[in-house]
Design a protein around this ligand. Structure first.
Ligand code: SF4
Length: 378
């Protein structure tokens, strides 16, 4: 199940916790969309070859960022049409666009729907104005509520929202209210991430200056349990460490990353994978990207994966999902290695085995990073 990822690196302002590559140079949007179409043209033949060799067809498109909703609807339609004109899109099941609440109107949402976007991923993070302000988000809680309702009226039937927990000063009650609000909106998918203080972000600086405090691990665990339980009661089931969905609404694009399918990433900072041994990276710089594409040159850097890289990635991605790691995909020697490393975790009920599949138990998900590290090869 191959996919195309399109990175839109523009943001209207920088959130205080974010260390992703993005730029405030909104004046370059038109030029950037032209460059994306040119890159698509330059890479069309190679990606078709990759899909042919892997026996895959194009099934998902994902516009991520940055903030894709900083683009106007005609730019989005232009990009989707460029894909339609070059690829067989009759197997496409999902076209996702990430969006920030403050950028959308009902009319824009209708036009995005008409352009072919059939899944919306809204960067809401919290329904609490105090917390939104602390992390430097542009929108208000009311705008977040309004945008979900507008999206439904515009015809979206597959809506995901991103929430964050562990925010400075956040209480368990604050988080419960956020989850209750999410449930009341009757959406199909929730991604929930624990705040991490990334170096070089304003929030990390504030932490270093003692202006904000990290929440204790015990509270973070309670918040994690709280969302899992509350969503589960509403039929929104955890299928990956940070992702929850109603049945049949799991993100197809992200699920194909986790199973090692090929994808072509277009745009500044985007990654690609051939589904075998090669990753490619575009430069993390808008200007470098634009200059090279406008000169008719790709600016991709290759990374060749070793067998160990591929093994480690399969273990890590598998253990992050509810489906778990399917041992039948590995050689006899690798299966033996995984079982040997996993043995103490079976004994402590942190991992469980079901036929050929190994997955983390509820308690295991809290220690997942350490478990994954132990199951990886050096
Ligand atoms: S909108 Fe998204 S990409 Fe842009 S600064 Fe905020 S979190 Fe980062």
């Amino acid at each position: 199940m191959a996919g195309i990822y399109i990175h839109i690196p523009f943001c209207k302002s920088r959130c205080k916790y974010c260390d992703f590559y993005s730029t405030l140079a909104l004046s370059q949007r038109g030029r950037y969309v032209e460059a994306l179409k040119r890159e698509l043209e330059l890479r069309e033949a190679d990606f078709k070859r990759i899909m042919r060799e892997n026996g895959e067809c194009l099934q998902t498109v994902y516009l991520g960022g940055g903030t894709p909703s900083t683009l106007c609807e005609s730019n989005v339609a232009d990009l989707i049409n460029a894909i339609r004109s070059r690829f067989n899109t009759s197997f496409i099941k999902e076209i996702t666009m990430e969006a920030n609440p403050g950028d959308l109107t009902e009319e824009k949402l209708r036009k995005l729907r008409e352009a072919g976007v059939n899944r919306l991923s809204l960067g809401i993070q919290s329904f609490n104005d105090r917390l939104l302000k602390i992390i430097g988000r542009r929108h208000s809680a009311q705008e977040a509520l309004d945008v979900v309702r507008m999206a439904k009226r515009a015809g979206f039937t597959n809506i995901s929202i991103d929430l964050m927990y562990g925010l400075p000063t956040e209480t368990l009650e604050d988080w419960q209210k956020d989850v209750e609000t999410a449930i009341s909106l009757d959406i199909q998918h929730v991604s929930a991430y624990c705040l991490t203080y990334e170096e070089s972000t304003p929030l990390y600086e504030a932490l270093m200056q003692n202006e904000v405090q990290e929440l204790p691990d015990e509270l973070l665990n309670e918040m994690q349990d709280c969302i899992e339980d509350m969503l589960q009661h509403s039929g929104i089931i955890r299928y990956e460490i940070s992702n929850y969905a109603k049945e049949n609404y799991e993100s197809k694009h992200n699920s194909s990353y986790w199973t090692g399918a090929a994808y072509m990433g277009l745009g500044a900072g985007a990654h690609s994978y051939d589904g075998q041994f090669c990753r490619q990276f575009n430069p993390d710089s808008l200007m470098k990207y634009l200059q090279s594409i406008e000169d008719g040159r790709l600016a991709l850097t290759d990374e060749i994966l070793t067998e160990t890289d591929r093994f480690n990635e399969a273990v890590m991605l598998g253990l992050r999902t509810r489906k778990g790691v399917d041992l039948s995909r590995f050689s006899e020697k690798d299966r033996f290695f995984i079982r040997k490393q996993a043995f103490p975790y079976f004994e402590n009920q942190l991992l469980e085995q079901d036929g050929d599949v190994i997955r983390a138990t509820h308690s295991g998900t809290r220690l997942l990073n350490a478990i994954i590290e132990d199951l990886m090869k050096e």
